[in-house]
Design a protein around this ligand. Structure first.
Ligand SMILES: C[S@@+](CC[C@H](N)C(=O)[O-])C[C@H]1O[C@@H](n2cnc3c(N)ncnc32)[C@H](O)[C@@H]1O
Length: 357
C-alpha cells in the first residue's frame, strides 16, 4: 500500500470484519487517511521546522509514525504498540522505507512507555480503538511542557448523545443529541481533557479540533501552571439547548448538558500555517479559518425553519442578510446546514421571517 510518501504492508482493507482488537490482525483503516494527512500538516505547522520529539504511541502498522518521519521536519520519531504482531509489521514497514535505523520501535503499553519516558516527548499521538479515556491522563501528565497531545475519539456516538449513561460514566458529562451534536461531543471531549490535565496542575490549549467521518480529533497543547489550569476550568460550562438555541442560565428550566469546553477550538497561527496534504484541501482549511473565533455552538437552518414553520432559506442569502444587518457569520464544518454568527437569535428569527415571507 502507499500513503503520503511511504509504502507499507497492511491487512487488506474492507474485509468486512471491522476494527480488530489487540492480539488479532494488525489494524489498518483507509478511512483514517485524512486523519493522518491532517496530522502531517498540523505537525509541520506546529514544529515550524524544529526537530521535535514524537511518540506514535498506538501505531498498529506504523503508517502514521513512518509518515511523520518522512514528511515533517522531525528526525526523532518513536513508534510503539502493545501488540507483538503490530511491532513485527512496523519493523518490516520501516525496513521497506529504508528508515529502520532512523526510527525507534518499541513493544510496550503506552501507559508504561509514557511513565518510563516522562517529559521526553513534544508530541504524543493517542489513536485507540474507541475512547481515549484510559490513556489521556498519562499523556497529559508526561508530555513535555508546552508539548502537544493529539487525541482521536471514535466513540462518537457516546460523546454525541446516543448513549448518555456511558457518556456520564466515561466523560462525567451529559451529552446532547441535537443539531449541534458533533460540536457538543468535541467540546465534551476537550472539557474532559481540561479536567484531567488540571488534576496534574496542567493547562490545555486546543490548537486544532474537528469532527470528520466517524471520529473526533483534537490537538491540545499542554503545559504546567496552576493558575492557567484554573482558568481552563473556568471555560467549562453547562448549557441548556431548547427551541433551536441555547442558554447558559443555571436558573432556567430543563435539562442542562455538558460540561462543555467553551474556549477556542483552533489556534489562528496554526491554521494559517497549515498546508494542503492529501485529503486535507484548501476548502477545509479555509472553512476552519472562517469558523474559528466564533463563540461555541451554531444554529441550524433546518432546525429553525421547522420551529418557525417556514422554508429553509439558502445559506448564501442568509449570510448576505446577516451581513446587511451588521453581523458576521460563517458556515461550519460540523454541519452543511449549520451557521455560526454573532447575531442574536431574535435577529436571526426576524431575518428568517423576512426572507421567507
Ligand atoms: C486504532 S489502532 C491505531 C491506528 C494507527 N494509529 C493508524 O493511524 O493507523 C489502535 C492500536 O492501539 C494498540 N493498543 C491498544 N492498547 C494499547 C496500549 N495500551 N498501548 C499501546 N498500544 C495499544 C492496538 O494494538 C492497535 O494497534
Amino acid at each position: 500500500m502507499n500513503e503520503g510518501e511511504i509504502s507499507f504492508l497492511a491487512p487488506k482493507p474492507g474485509d468486512g470484519k471491522g476494527p480488530k482488537k489487540t492480539g488479532e490482525d494488525v489494524f489498518y483503516n483507509t478511512s483514517m487517511k485524512m486523519n493522518r494527512d491532517i496530522c502531517i500538516s498540523f505537525l509541520n505547522s506546529f514544529a515550524g521546522g524544529k526537530d521535535i520529539r514524537v511518540l506514535d504511541g498506538m501505531a498498529a502498522t506504523g503508517v502514521r509514525g513512518l509518515r511523520i518521519f518522512k514528511e515533517t521536519s522531525t528526525s526523532k520519531v518513536d513508534i510503539n504498540d502493545v501488540s507483538e504482531q503490530a511491532v513485527d509489521l512496523i519493523v518490516k514497514n520501516a525496513k521497506m522505507n529504508s528508515i529502520l535505523d532512523s526510527v525507534k520501535i518499541s513493544n510496550d503499553s503506552i501507559e508504561k512507555h509514557l511513565i518510563e519516558n516522562r517529559y521526553e516527548y513534544d508530541y504524543v499521538d493517542i489513536d485507540p480503538f474507541g475512547t481515549p479515556v484510559p490513556y489521556f491522563s498519562l499523556a497529559a501528565r508526561y508530555v513535555s511542557h508546552k508539548g502537544v497531545v493529539g487525541v482521536t475519539a471514535t466513540d462518537t456516538s457516546v460523546l454525541c448523545g446516543t448513549y448518555p449513561k456511558t457518556c456520564r460514566r466515561r466523560y462525567s458529562a451529559v451529552p446532547e443529541n441535537n443539531w449541534c451534536r458533533h460540536e457538543n461531543g468535541l467540546r465534551i471531549l476537550i472539557a474532559y481533557c481540561a479536567m484531567e490535565a488540571a488534576r496534574h496542575d496542567r493547562w490545555i490549549r486546543p490548537l486544532l479540533s474537528y469532527y470528520e467521518g466517524h471520529h473526533l480529533r483534537t490537538y491540545l497543547q499542554i503545559g504546567e501552571g496552576k493558575k492557567e489550569a484554573d482558568l481552563c476550568l473556568e471555560k467549562l460550562e453547562r448549557v441548556r439547548f431548547h427551541d433551536g438555541k441555547w442558554d447558559h442560565n443555571r436558573g432556567s428550566q430543563g435539562k442542562m448538558s455538558g460540561p462543555f469546553w467553551t474556549g477556542q477550538l483552533f489556534s489562528k497561527d496554526i491554521l494559517e500555517d497549515l498546508m494542503v496534504v492529501g485529503e486535507l484541501d484548501e476548502d477545509m482549511i479555509s472553512l476552519w479559518i472562517d469558523e474559528s473565533g466564533y463563540p461555541p455552538f451554531f444554529y441550524d437552518t433546518n432546525e429553525i425553519s421547522s420551529i418557525m414553520k417556514v422554508e429553509p432559506p439558502s445559506m448564501k442569502v442568509l449570510k448576505e442578510k446577516i451581513k446587511d444587518r451588521g453581523f458576521k457569520s460563517s458556515r461550519t464544518h460540523f454541519s452543511p446546514t449549520g451557521i455560526k454568527t454573532n447575531a442574536p437569535f431574535e435577529e436571526l428569527e426576524s431575518i428568517f421571517l423576512k426572507i421567507t415571507s
